[in-house]
Write a protein that binds this ligand. Structure first.
Ligand code: ZN
Length: 315
C-alpha cells in the first residue's frame, strides 16, 4: 500500500488589504483563504497539530492524501480571520510565534518593518532610502542592476536590499536603519507592533478553540548567521513559553525565512537539546513522515499551492 505524505501549507498575512493603509502587503484575502480551504478540503484530509505530532511519533505515513495548515509570525490576522474560519469548519491549525512579539511591550520585528516600509514606499523608494541609510552607516550597497528599466527577479532593487539587510549588514546596523526609517515613514514601531501581533490572551483563546502553537525564535534572525550560543539564546525559552501560554505539551518550531541555508547543524542540535518536537523549513514538497528528518519537514507557501495542483494536474 502506498503511504501518502502530508502537504504542509504555510500562510502569513490573511487580511483584506485593500481596506487597510497597506494595500500592497502580500496577503491572502479572507475570501481567498476560504476558497483555498474549500479546494484543500476537496483533495485532502486536513489534520490538526496533535494528529500530525502523533503521526510523527508513530513514524507512519498517511493512508489518504493529508494536509496540515500552518501560520507564521503571530499576526492578529490569525485571531481575527483564520481562527474563526477554521473553527467554523471543525479544523485546527498550527501557529508559529516569535518571543519578542509577545511581551507587555511587543517588539516590531525587522522582517515586518521591511514589509510595511516596502508597502508604504514602493520598491524603488524603499531601496533608495535603505541604501542611503546603510551607506551612512558604512555598509556599501552595490548599485542595483536595472537594464532598460527591467529587472531580473533576483535583481529587483527591493530584493537586493532585503538580502543585504537579512544576510550582510551587521544586525545592529540593520536594526538602527529599519527603526529610523520605519519611524520616519510609517509609524511608531511600538504602537504598530501592538496592533500587528497576537496578544498572550488571544493565543490562550485560540488554544482553547483547538489551535496549536509553536515557536519561531525570539527575534526572527537568520539563524545560520549566529554562532551556536547566540542560536541557543534565540531558541532556549520557546518550549517553556508556548507551554505556559497554551497548556500544550509538544512544541514545534519553524525556521525564520525557511530556506535550508538559513539554519545549520548547530541549529538542529540546539532544537533537539531545547526539547522541540519537530521543525519546518520551506522546501516546497510534501512531508514524508518517517522519511524526512524530524527537524527538516518541508512546507509549501500558500501561493504555490494552486500552482502545485495545476502542475500535477497537467503532468
Ligand atoms: Zn517568519
Amino acid at each position: 500500500m502506498t503511504a501518502f505524505g502530508c502537504r504542509v501549507v504555510f500562510y502569513h498575512y490573511v487580511r483584506d488589504v485593500e481596506r487597510t493603509r497597506f494595500p500592497s502587503i502580500r496577503a491572502l484575502s479572507v475570501r481567498g483563504f476560504a476558497a483555498q480551504l474549500d479546494s484543500l478540503q476537496e483533495r485532502y484530509d486536513i489534520i490538526d497539530g496533535p494528529a500530525f505530532e502523533q503521526a510523527l511519533a508513530d513514524a507512519g505515513g498517511f493512508d489518504r492524501p493529508t494536509a496540515l495548515l500552518t501560520f507564521d509570525d503571530g499576526f492578529v490576522d490569525h485571531y481575527e480571520h483564520v481562527c474563526p474560519e477554521l473553527v467554523s469548519r471543525g479544523l485546527g491549525g498550527m501557529f508559529f510565534v516569535a518571543g519578542a512579539t509577545l511581551g507587555s511591550r511587543p517588539t516590531l520585528l525587522n522582517v515586518h518593518k521591511t514589509h510595511f516600509l516596502l508597502a508604504e514606499l514602493g520598491a524603488e523608494r524603499f531601496a533608495a532610502a535603505v541604501s542611503a541609510a546603510l551607506e551612512s552607516e558604512g555598509v556599501h550597497v552595490a548599485a542595483t542592476g536595472a537594464r532598460d528599466g527591467i529587472y531580473r527577479y533576483d535583481e529587483a532593487p527591493d530584493v537586493r536590499i532585503k538580502r543585504v539587510l537579512n544576510y550582510e549588514a551587521p544586525y545592529p546596523v540593520a536594526d538602527r536603519v529599519l527603526s529610523t526609517l520605519f519611524e520616519r515613514h510609517v509609524d511608531d514601531p511600538d504602537v504598530f507592533a501592538r496592533a500587528l501581533y497576537l496578544t498572550p490572551g488571544q493565543i490562550g483563546e485560540m488554544a482553547a478553540a483547538g489551535m496549536t502553537f509553536g515557536f519561531h525564535t525570539e527575534t526572527h534572525p537568520v539563524l545560520s548567521r549566529l554562532d551556536r550560543e547566540a542560536q541557543r539564546a534565540e531558541l532556549r525559552d520557546g518550549v517553556r513559553l508556548i507551554r505556559e501560554l497554551t497548556g500544550q505539551r509538544m512544541v514545534a518550531f519553524c525556521y525564520p525565512y525557511g530556506f535550508t541555508h538559513t539554519y545549520n547543524a548547530d541549529t538542529v542540535e540546539v532544537l533537539e537539546e531545547c526539547g522541540y518536537s519537530m521543525a519546518f523549513n520551506t522546501a516546497r514538497r510534501d512531508a514524508m513522515i518517517g522519511v524526512d528528518a524530524r527537524y527538516e519537514l518541508p512546507r509549501f507557501d500558500t501561493r504555490d499551492v494552486p500552482r502545485a495542483e495545476e502542475a500535477r494536474a497537467g503532468a
